[in-house]
Design a protein around this ligand. Structure first.
Ligand SMILES: [Zn+2]
Length: 164
């Protein structure tokens, strides 16, 4: 496993540096849009922007109590945005009742979230966060429904629902 990872990064690192050179002009163009750097806020800036509860979830990878979010029962058509930076993350037609007590989705909007593995509960879990501001959203599991088989288990406090 380790050997595989090392070999993979051995190949990936030079590729990444080539891509960085190619995409540098694109990055300059994108900076006029709502870029990722713009959301690189300090702890204090995030604290003043978010409620204590949302700060704990989004910036400290906390988890809200099961069945505590009203969004768990949200069934209207619309879009679920990141509560940190308002980036659209999930569409209502990908939401389903997982019975877990957290808003659950079987797919995210393409490119809206990024994942990393965490070991908070010793067993490795795949954490995911908003790809724009890095705000923690939840964990993704492989026991979701077809067609993806994924279950994005999201904290309601990390989302803002915008009905159509
Ligand atoms: Zn965000």
């Amino acid at each position: 496993m380790n050997q595989f990872l090392t070999r993979r990064s051995f190949i990936l690192i030079p590729i990444m540096s080539i891509l960085k050179i190619i995409f540098k002009p694109m990055k300059v163009l994108a900076s006029s849009l709502n870029s990722k750097e713009e959301w690189n806020l300090s702890k204090e800036e995030w604290k003043s922007k978010l409620s204590t509860e949302s700060y704990y979830i989004l910036r400290e990878e906390g988890t809200e109590r099961a069945f505590s979010s009203q969004l768990n029962n949200e069934k209207r058509k619309g879009v679920f945005h990141c509560a940190g930076c308002d980036f659209p993350l999930f569409l209502s037609d990908k939401k389903y009742d997982s019975g877990t007590g957290w808003p659950s989705f079987w797919d995210s909007i393409q490119g809206s979230v990024e994942t990393k593995v965490d070991f908070k509960l010793i067993v490795p879990r795949t954490e995911y966060h908003c790809s724009r501001c890095g705000g923690h959203q939840g964990h993704v599991f492989n026991d979701g429904p077809a067609p993806t088989g994924k279950r994005y288990c999201n904290n309601g406090l990390a989302l803002r629902f915008v009905p159509d």
